[in-house]
Design a protein around this ligand. Structure first.
Ligand code: B16
Ligand code: MG
Length: 217
């Protein structure tokens, strides 16, 4: 039968977290705030505005709305400079074989991301044409763990939530998928993503029989 497979972007399809980190780190350094890779974990799946608040909180920095807007632009400009250099070699291992299998088997493929830069990233990775629908940070008003992003995704391909399977690397994203009544598949560590229905370290650990069974169910 036909199912809808919803993919998160950052941390699932590509590892753009490293570019977010570099850009946030430069801003933090400029503001005299210490920002480590461990701190960066807290920003995964979190919106741009919320990410800045978390960083300012780390340094107890208070700022006007005008300053914050200015810093958000600065950070995104630097982030985009890394994105312009991206190509398909940055697609995470095992992702392409799953995408190809879903395409060959006529399944719905949807993007459900918090990023406002999702489309240019998919273009750079040369996989935009795989997606039947895209829901990103430009479309939603409620961030994950709110299920809005995934529910909109289902709606765009005229499917019901019970028919959807979500791939996510963030705790908030797994919670959003569960709240949407979708099957949740965590990509990462079991200890972190224990709320997911299934967890795989990365896509190379997903057997194609597993996908086949999800389609059959
Ligand atoms: P942007 P995802 C999320 O992407 C990232 O995980 C998160 O770190 C980032 O702050 C957010 O997108 C917004 O990204 O600044 O590009 O709009 O994991 O939901 O695909
Ligand atoms: Mg993610």
């Amino acid at each position: 039968s036909k199912k809808t497979f919803i993919f998160d972007l950052d941390g699932v399809i590509v590892d753009t977290a490293k570019y977010h980190f570099l850009a946030w780190q430069r801003l933090a350094a400029q503001l005299g705030i210490e920002f480590t890779p461990e701190h960066n974990e807290q920003l995964k799946g979190v919106s741009r505005v919320r990410s800045l608040e978390i960083i300012l909180g780390l340094g107890n920095v208070e700022a006007s709305q005008e300053e914050k807007n200015q810093w958000l632009i600065q950070k995104n400009t630097e982030y985009l400079s890394y994105i312009y250099e991206m190509d398909e070699s940055e697609i995470l291992p095992g992702v392409m074989s799953v995408l190809d299998y879903l395409k060959e088997n006529n399944q719905n493929i949807v993007l459900g991301s918090a990023s406002k830069n999702a489309k240019p990233i998919l273009e750079k990775a040369k996989i935009l044409h795989y997606f039947d629908a895209i829901v990103d940070g430009n479309d939603v008003s409620n961030a994950k763990p709110d299920p809005e992003v995934f529910l909109q995704g289902a709606k765009k391909v005229h499917d019901v939530a019970e028919n959807c399977i979500v791939f996510e690397d963030s705790v908030a994203g797994i919670q959003a998928a569960n709240l949407a009544n979708m099957i949740s598949i965590g990509i990462g560590e079991t200890e972190v993503l224990h709320e997911a229905d299934y967890v795989f370290k990365d896509f190379t650990f997903i057997d194609i029989n597993f996908i086949e069974n999800l389609i059959k169910e």
